[in-house]
Design a binder for this molecule. Structure first.
Ligand SMILES: Nc1nc2c(ncn2[C@@H]2O[C@H](COP(=O)(O)OP(=O)(O)OP(=O)(O)O)[C@@H](O)[C@H]2O)c(=O)[nH]1
Ligand SMILES: [Mg+2]
Length: 390
């Protein structure tokens, strides 16, 4: 029976890199805020310096960041963060975004939470997001499409297992994909996952238009606390191989105008940087490339999941960016780059710095690197695993 005294609903929303988790969660946060609910978020990555945290901050949402590993291997930190948010701001809702390479979340996060924290959290069923433009190359259904996929076997294994354990699959970006692309993606998902769980909801969603959000929430309420089946088998070595097939880079830099006297144009800087990086990386597959830049009281973010699709740039203003909240050399910009791609992480760092330096020089500016974290994630044991075969 559900505990009537719970203090907050806790949503965990997973899915591969770039699937749309942060965008969906900020849309969900806005939905609750409009209904006068208090919302907090928890972000997560393999290392610190997260674009996602900046996005959440500029939305004015209180958050905690868990870095260094997935929630599953940092379960105590995760719980500490959730409890701290609960104490500090008494949220009605906590939204948690696991790193985009996380899998096996039912056994290592959802079940442990439901076991140890049922006095204070109602842990909602696990939603896993899938980008319809990527499903075909991640879940190829014949040998021909397997050969055409730019993704190695292990990454496709990870992607499949992320969705395999979902209580609810949300097909994101429904405003972006064509009807044909959506139909094709849905056909692949139905064929693969309805064979395992015929009642699994596979729902269309757009964070941009809000279409599908009420249906998503009502499905989660209907599934309740009793669904959530841990993966029957999960090959942790294969998962670790998938994670380490990706180079991971979190970079932060100041872009400072030479001779002062002018402000950095953040949009032009990002545009120049992306063009240059695309040339240097010659279109190598990226899991996700995220950029956040702050200049002159404005913030801009851009993101690439596939070089061929280009990028959209979103600009926003925020109280968190008021000039008195910023201590930087006059006219300068702060830029954060999070890049995950099939490439050696040190090479990624060099190429990114190279592209950034070139883009800055087009603006008569120089760069100062203030953070550089380049790594391949290693294999870590989950803190708890409840259910399944391990
Ligand atoms: N048009 C459109 N774009 C979307 C939608 N959802 C996400 N995007 C875009 O897709 C890109 C990736 O979205 P994110 O929300 O950052 O993806 P993520 O899953 O959080 O990525 P990681 O944190 O890197 O794993 C961004 O450029 C978003 O603006 C959507 O519903 N419609
Ligand atoms: Mg994100």
């Amino acid at each position: 029976m559900e505990n009537q005294e719970v203090q907050a609903r806790l949503f965990v929303v997973g899915g591969f890199l770039g699937a749309g988790k942060t965008t969906a969660l900020t849309a969900l946060a806005d939905h609750f805020i409009r209904r006068r609910k208090r919302v907090a978020m928890i972000t997560n990555d393999q290392t610190d310096g997260l674009v996602d945290s900046e996005i959440v901050r500029t939305h004015g949402i209180q958050y905690r960041e868990i870095s260094g590993a997935c929630f599953c291997a940092r379960f105590r930190d995760f719980l500490y963060a959730a409890d701290a948010l609960l104490q500090e701001i008494q949220p009605d809702v906590i939204l948690a975004e696991p790193v985009g390479s996380a899998a096996d979340l039912i056994a290592t996060v959802i079940k442990p939470l439901r076991t140890y924290t049922q006095d204070r959290y109602k842990v909602m069923p696990l939603t896993v997001l899938a980008d319809p433009l990527r499903i075909g190359e991640m879940l190829p259904d014949d040998q021909q499409t397997v050969a055409a996929s730019p993704w190695p076997d292990e990454i496709r294994y990870l992607y499949d297992h992320q969705l395999r354990e979902a209580d609810c699959i949300l097909m994101t970006k429904s405003d972006l994909a064509s009807e044909r692309e959506k139909e094709n993606a849905r056909r692949i998902l139905v064929r693969r996952f309805h064979a395992l769980r015929p009642a699994l909801p596979i729902l269309p969603f757009s964070a941009v238009t809000g279409a599908g959000l009420p249906e998503w929430l009502s499905h989660l309420e209907a599934i309740g606390q009793t669904g959530s089946l841990p993966l029957a088998s999960f090959d942790r070595d294969r998962h670790a191989k998938a994670e380490s097939a990706l180079g991971w880079l979190n970079l932060e830099a100041q872009v400072i105008p030479e001779n002062g006297g002018h402000d950095i144009d953040a949009a032009a800087l990002i545009h120049g940087f992306l063009q240059r990086l695309n040339d240097i990386m010659s279109g190598a597959p990226v899991g996700h490339l995220k950029i956040f830049a702050e200049a002159a009281g404005n913030a801009i973010k851009a993101s690439i999941v596939d070089w061929r699709l280009g990028y959209a740039m979103d600009a926003f203003e925020s109280d968190a960016l008021k000039p008195d909240a910023i201590t930087r050399p006059a006219g300068s910009a702060r830029i954060l780059v999070n890049l995950r791609a099939i490439r050696d992480p040190n090479e990624l760092a060099q190429q990114t710095i190279h592209a950034l330096r070139d883009a800055a020089s087009l603006q008569n500016s120089m760069i100062q690197i203030t953070k550089e974290k380049a790594l391949r994630p290693g294999k870590l044991k989950p803190t708890y695993r409840i259910g399944g075969d391990q």
